[in-house]
Each structure stands twice: as C-alpha cells, then as structure tokens.
Write a protein that binds this ligand. Structure first.
Ligand code: UDP
Ligand code: LCN
Length: 791
C-alpha cells in the first residue's frame, strides 16, 4: 500500500486521483464498469475491494494497482454511491478530514463535490423526490460557528482544554488592558452571593497588578502556615476576598501565578491558575436512562456501565472538590446531585425513592425529580451541569440554557456507528429504535454543550480506518426528514478525553492477599464449580485444574458473548487448554422482555448443545453484587486464566479495565475503546470479533506459552495493571474534569455572542423540528420492550 507521503496535504483528492487512475487505466476502466453494472447502490470498502478482486484476479497485478496513490485513496474510502455512469466517493484520509469526489466510469474524469451533493446522491437512493426538493430542511451548524477558533491537526483532537487555554492566553496577551475580561470574570466569582477572590476596589488589570505585587511582599513576611483568616480583614480592605488559599504560602503561590499571567500570559500558568480558582462547588449530573440505583439494578434493561461510571465519578469528584475547596481556604461543602427518573414500579430497587444519599460520599445524593427541587436543595444554581447519554444530555442542555450554566456532556456510547447505515435507513429502524429522535437529540446536545467528555480518542475521531462516534455526526442525512450538512466539527476545542477508571476499592489485584474478600469464597466456589444447574448457573467444569477464560456483559447482540462461546466451541486446542465461564443475562427466554436478549439466550442454549460444551462451560446469570464480582475476577486470576471481551463494538468497556486492575490478562475487541485501552501484545491483546478463528487461536497461543513459561502469564498480568495505574484512574479523571469546568466557564464568557447565536439556532431547531418528532415516540408501557438502543 502506498504511504500517506505519496499525497501531499495541500493536494486534494480531486487533484491527485485523475493521475492515479490514469496510471492503471486499463484495470480501472474494467473495475468501474463492474461497479456500475448493478445500477444505483451504496458500496462499502470491502465491496469495492472484493469486486476489484474479481476484475483484477492476478494478485501481483492487483498489488501493483493498489501499491500507488490509487490504493491509498481507495483504502481511505468510507463508502461510494453508484449513480451510473458515475461513482461518488466519500474519502477520509485522516481522522476528521473528509473529501468527496465524483468519478466518471466512462472517461475516469474526477470532479470534487460538496458534502451536500454527496448526501444528496446518497439519499436519492432512498427518497428521490425529497432529495430533489430545493426546500428540504438542511441543518448547518458550521454556518453559525463564526468566531470560535478550531484545531487543525487530527492528533490534537481530544485535547480541547489545552488549546482553549492557549487561545485564551493569546486573547489576553499584548497590553495589560487586554486582561480586563479576566479581571471582570474574577469580580463575578461568588458562592451563594458571598464575594470571592476580588471586590470592586480592584476593578482594573493595572490596579490588580499593583495590588498583587504589594500583597506578595506582605505575605512573604508571614509564617508559611498562617491561616487565611488571620489576614482576611486586611485583604478585604486591599480588594482581595476569600478563595486564594488556606494558608499564607498557598495564597502567595496563587497570587504569584496570577502576577505571571498578568505580566505575560502563558498557557501553563493560566491552566494552573484556573485549576486553583473557586468556580465549581455544586454539580448536577443528569442520568435518566435505565434504572439508576446503587443496588440490584445492574443487568436490568438499559442499565449497564453508565450507572457504574456515574456513581464512581461522583465519589471521585466529591473527593477532588473537597480537597480543592479546602486548599482555597473555604468552608463550603460541595454538593453533587444525580438527577434521574423516579420509577414507581421499581422492581424491588430503590428507584421509587425521591432522594437517596450516595454510598461512599458525604454530600452527594440521587434526586428523582427536577429543576425547582435542584434549586431548592442546592440553595441556588449549580455551577456545572453534566449530562449522560442521549436523554440526559438533552435535558442537561435545556436546563443549562435555562439557568445560564456551564454544561458538559458524556455520551458513553453514541448509537449511530453501531448500526450500519442507521441514518439513511432511519425510517425502517425508527419503529424499533427511534433513531431519528436519538441522532438529532445527540446532535443538538453536542452543539449546545460547552465541553464534551469522551473516554477515548476513538470515541471522537475514530482511528485511521474507522470514523469516530462523534465524527459520524459531521454529516448525515435522514431522507424525508432533514439533511445534516454540518452536524458537529470534531476539531472544535470543546472535545476532551478524560477516561474513567475502575473502582480500586472493588477491583484490586488478585495478589493483594490481605485485602481479598475471603467471605465470598464459598459462594464463588459454588458459583463456579458446583455440579447441579440452578437458577444462577448452568453447565459445569469437569477439569477444575484448567485455567478459566472469563467474560461478563449484558446479553446484547453487540456484546457478542455468544460469539465467544462459538469460537470456543469450534477451537479444540483452546478447549483442551482452558474452561470457559461467562456471566450474562439469564436462562429462560420467556422471562426477558428485550428482543435482543431473548435471541441471545436462545442462541446460548443452541451453541452449548451444538458444540457439546457441558463439562467445559459454566454460564452464570447476570451478577449485581460488585464486591463479589471483584472477587470473582480475582478467583479467575487465581486459576491463571484470562478475561475476554469479544464485543462486535464497544464504546469504552469498563469490564476491560476492571479485569486488568484485578491482574487478569485481558483479550479485548479491536473495535472501539478497548483498542486504545490495551497496547496489543504489551498490556494485553486485541482480538478481531469478526475473525473468530484468529481470535481463539490467539487466546490458545497465550495459554500454550503460559504453560511452557510461567513468567509469561505474570508479564501480562503486571503490564495490564501498570497500564491502568498510568492512564485509567478516577483521580486523573476528576482532576481533568474539574479543570475543564473552570476553564470552559471562562471560555463561554469570552465567547458570549457566539454562544448566544448558536443557542438561538438550536432553540429554533428544537422547537420547530425536534418537539414534533418526539410526538411520534410512544410512551413506554410495561408491554414487551423495544430493544433499547444499547448503552
Ligand atoms: N456488570 C455487572 N454484572 C453483570 C454484567 C455487567 O456487574 O452481569 C458490570 C460490569 O462489571 C461493568 C458494567 O456492568 O462495571 C458494564 O460496563 P461496560 O462498560 O463493560 O458495558 P455496558 O454495559 O456499559 O455496555
Ligand atoms: C456505555 C458503554 O457502552 C460502555 O462501552 C462504556 O464503558 C460505559 O457506557 C461507561 O462509559
């Protein structure tokens, strides 16, 4: 394959493709003739390639054709629309960079076309009349994005806060007066009406600069640990209020950082200064999806990793907020409210309680009600609103706009990329999944929000070969409804990566012998090895000396637990080496109300019979006790086993980091977040869920190597742990997210006009289009469920 170097960044595809086609003119003419043979259709890359293979059947010739620029362009193609005599390509050379060209199969001429034209060709295959209508609704968020600076390098995507700090710095640079917006912002800081940091005495940059110099000298005369209260009154007279620090030393440091910023703004000091400012005290987190509770909910419909993520996130943020507020010298108590649905029929959970304190926190609660109650409980407005998943993000956007508060969104998983052609096919899928509402709600909230928290780079901008989840909202079309020519720009500096971590008190290494929860051993022994089937487990393990390969997930199609069972069933070598234990769903399909789950339960039974797996497999029903689950991972590690996450697509994959933090060598899908969590062959292994033979042989190789070399297993166990310590901890997360909260609160202030313009556009779209669309979604009842769009 040709390298990227063959195409210079300045050249467009329309510039380079004609020459490339000319060089293989004979083969290309035949290839394009083949492509148009079947008439109008959409072709994906694998179809383009396999039809090319039938035309150029000589491998050496094919390699030669694909070896040049042409190969590079073709392999970067995401899809092609065949409209004889033309083939229209959408090409993505780099994450975030798309080009569209129209190639004539007759003379191989190439014409650059716009994204709008590309979408029109595509949608015309589904609804030609609508597509040709000049007056269809076009959504174009780029048109109102007139002043926010954007990134240009694919490699910078996801580092938004770093660039926002740089952009802010340059806005404030130059003359001292340019720093006035910062002074105004500092003057606006308060907690429930009590002024913080500055008062009106210091209302200009020059007054502030002079006062800081004098005050720093004064602070140098005090013992370092002098409490702020000792000089509070004198400070007030000079124009300084509380919030700089708890001691003379910390106050002096913070002042020094601000002096540096005023002298010559630089991103490093700017970032340090904002991380110290008292901006965030009260946070509201929206999570209306599924059953939000602290016990007995995991495994209920729509209730998976998000709930785990949010509860762990609250603990980490409360801890970090408490520390920061103390260091700011304030006595305020932080408050975090998780707002969710109150479910009267709560299935034995606490989801019918209006207010429930969050375990492991002092000041955080779950609230199952809305705005007025929030203002009441917090005794004022929150400082930051965080949305979760489509519904939570939309509600958060509405409330943040209403109250004028900084907003963050967390997708966990966007659904659009999980189902091929889900946009263009929306009419067919809507009765089941309501994707039209979901994709537009996602697009609204990702535009409305001040910053986006993503777990991985791939979530935003994908990888070299696969577009990111957010990136798939750049342009799409819902024929008959609207054409989104610019949905989101992944180069917007609002995108940030802050990955979650495992709860270390629950998922700790198997080798931490003193911490192990021995009280669970009898139950786990029963769960894994007892001989009789019951309502909690099915199947048994004859040879208990073998290591165990383990997987645990909701029993959704996309989780592919049945795929793993089939790979195992087919691979004799693997079956000889290890036993298989899977946790997921339950055994009686008539008890499920979820179509996908029912199908998967039936498939599990069929596979166990088909491959005669009894004696080598243990299927355990969904588990809700996190502490026992932690011990279960560790007991699997005791067998010197491994964790396997075989999903067809996984947005992030909490089980992957939980297993790794228990010291369990981990094999995880290369489709989605796990591809980034694990460095293949170093901290674990990637497996291709679409190539079961290769995946099961990779796992078998690992166990063969571990058999001949005992250190081999240990190496991967330790490297997995190391990876989590370095990159996936809630401490790193909370620190990053609170810094974002502070920085983007100032940023939205600096870009007020732009923000307002966008908000007006969003409101119009929401009121005229979205509200009508939502009316078509039936109110859920307790009837058999539509399969929830997976979480
Ligand atoms: N989980 C669980 N019991 C189960 C299945 C899953 O406790 O039977 C937990 C698992 O430990 C993890 C979360 O649910 O914390 C699943 O999160 P993940 O990100 O892997 O997938 P999601 O369900 O969010 O798609
Ligand atoms: C939703 C998913 O699908 C998972 O991949 C994530 O790990 C989980 O949410 C937490 O963000």
């Amino acid at each position: 394959m040709a390298s990227a170097a063959a195409i210079k960044r300045v050249d467009s595809i329309a510039d380079t493709m004609p020459d490339a086609l000319r060089q293989s003119r004979y083969h290309m003419k035949r290839c394009f003739a083949k492509y148009i043979e079947q008439g109008r259709r959409i072709m994906k890359l694998h179809q383009l390639m396999s039809e090319m293979e039938t035309v150029i059947d000589d491998k050496a010739e094919r390699t030669q054709v694909l070896g040049g620029v042409l190969g590079y362009i073709l392999c970067s193609t995401q899809e092609a629309v065949v409209v004889p005599p033309h083939v229209v390509f959408s090409i993505r050379l780099n994450p975030g960079y798309w080009e569209f060209v129209k190639v004539s199969s007759e003379d191989l001429s190439v014409e650059a076309i716009t994204v709008r034209d590309f979408l029109k060709y595509k949608e015309a295959l589904y609804d030609e009349k609508w597509s040709n209508d000049e007056n269809v609704l076009e959504v174009d968020f780029r048109a109102i994005d007139f002043s926010t600076p954007h990134l240009t390098l694919s490699s910078s995507i996801g580092n938004g806060i770093e660039y926002v700090t740089k952009f802010t710095t340059s806005k404030l640079a130059g003359k001292l007066e340019n720093a006035q917006p910062l002074v105004d912002y500092l003057l606006s800081l308060n907690h429930q009406g009590e002024q913080l940091i500055l008062n009106e005495t210091l209302n200009t940059a020059s007054k502030l600069q002079a006062a800081l110099i004098v005050t720093e000298v004064y602070l140098s005369t005090l013992p370092k640990d002098t409490p702020f209260q000792n000089f509070e009154l004198r400070f007030k007279e000079w124009g300084f209020e509380k919030g700089w620090g708890d001691t003379a030393e910390r106050t002096k440091e913070t002042m020094k950082i601000l002096s540096e910023v005023l002298q010559a703004p630089d991103p490093l000091n700017m970032d340090r200064f904002f991380s110290r400012l008292p901006i965030i005290f009260n946070v509201v987190i929206f999570s209306p999806h599924g059953y939000f509770g602290q016990a007995d909910v995991l495994g209920l419909p729509d209730t998976g990793g998000q709930v785990v993520y949010i509860l762990d996130q609250v603990k980490a943020m409360e801890e970090e907020l408490t520390l920061r507020i103390k260091q700011q010298g304030l006595t305020v108590k932080p408050q975090i409210l998780v707002v969710t649905r109150l479910i009267p029929e709560a299935r034995g959970t606490k989801c019918n309680q209006e207010l429930e304190p969050i375990n492991g926190t002092k000041y955080s609660n779950i609230l199952r009600d809305a705005t007025a109650k929030i203002l009441d409980l917090m005794e004022g407005k929150p400082d930051l609103i965080i949305g979760n998943y489509t519904d939570g993000n939309l509600v958060a956007s509405l409330m943040a706009n209403k109250l004028g508060i900084t907003q963050a969104t967390i997708a966990h998983a966007l659904e659009k990329t999980k189902y091929e052609d889900s946009d263009i096919n929306w009419k067919e899928l809507d009765p089941k999944y309501h994707f039209s509402c979901q994709f537009l709600a996602d697009t609204i909230s990702m535009n409305a929000t001040d910053f986006v928290i993503a777990s991985t780079y791939q979530e935003i901008a994908g990888s070299k070969d696969r577009p990111g989840q957010y990136e798939s909202h750049t342009a799409f079309t819902l024929p008959g409804l609207c054409r989104v020519v610019s949905g989101i720009n992944v180069f917007d500096p609002k995108f940030n990566i802050a990955a979650p971590g495992p709860d270390k008190s629950v998922y700790f290494p198997y080798s931490d012998k003193q911490k192990r929860l021995a009280s669970f051993y009898p139950a786990i022994e029963e769960l894994l090895f007892s001989k009789e089937d019951n309502s909690e487990h099915l199947g048994f393990l004859v040879d208990r000396k073998k290591p165990i390969i383990f997987s645990m997930a909701r029993l959704d199609i996309v989780k592919n637990i049945t795929g793993l069972v089939e790979w195992y069933g087919k691979n004799k070598r693997l079956r000889n080496l290890v036993n298989l234990v899977v946790v997921g769903g339950f055994f009686d399909p008539s008890k499920s109300k979820d179509r996908e789950e029912i199908a998967e339960i039936k498939k599990m039974h069929t596979l166990i019979e088909k491959y005669q797996l009894r004696g080598q497999i243990r299927w355990i029903a969904a588990q809700t006790d996190r502490n026992r689950n932690g011990e279960l991972y560790r007991c699997i590690a005791d067998t010197r086993g491994a964790f396997v996450q075989p999903a067809l697509y996984e947005a992030f994959g909490l089980t992957v980091i939980e297993a790794m933090n228990c010291g369990l060598p981990t094999f995880a899908t290369n489709q989605g977040g796990p591809a980034e969590i694990i460095v293949d062959g170093v901290s674990g292994f990637h497996i291709d869920p679409n190539n079961g033979d290769e995946a099961s042989n990779k796992i078998a190789d690992f166990f063969e190597n571990s058999k001949t070399d005992a250190a081999y297993w240990d190496r991967f166990s330790k490297a997995g742990l190391q990876r989590i310590y370095e990159c996936y901890t809630w401490k790193i997360y909370a620190d990053k997210v609170l810094n974002m909260g502070s920085t983007y609160t100032f940023w939205r202030q600096l870009n007020k006009e732009q923000k307002q313009a966008k908000q007006r556009y969003i409101q119009m779209f929401f009121n005229l289009q979205y509200k009508n669309l939502v009316k078509n979604v039936p109110v859920p009842s307790d009837e058999p469920e539509q399969p929830a769009a997976p979480k």
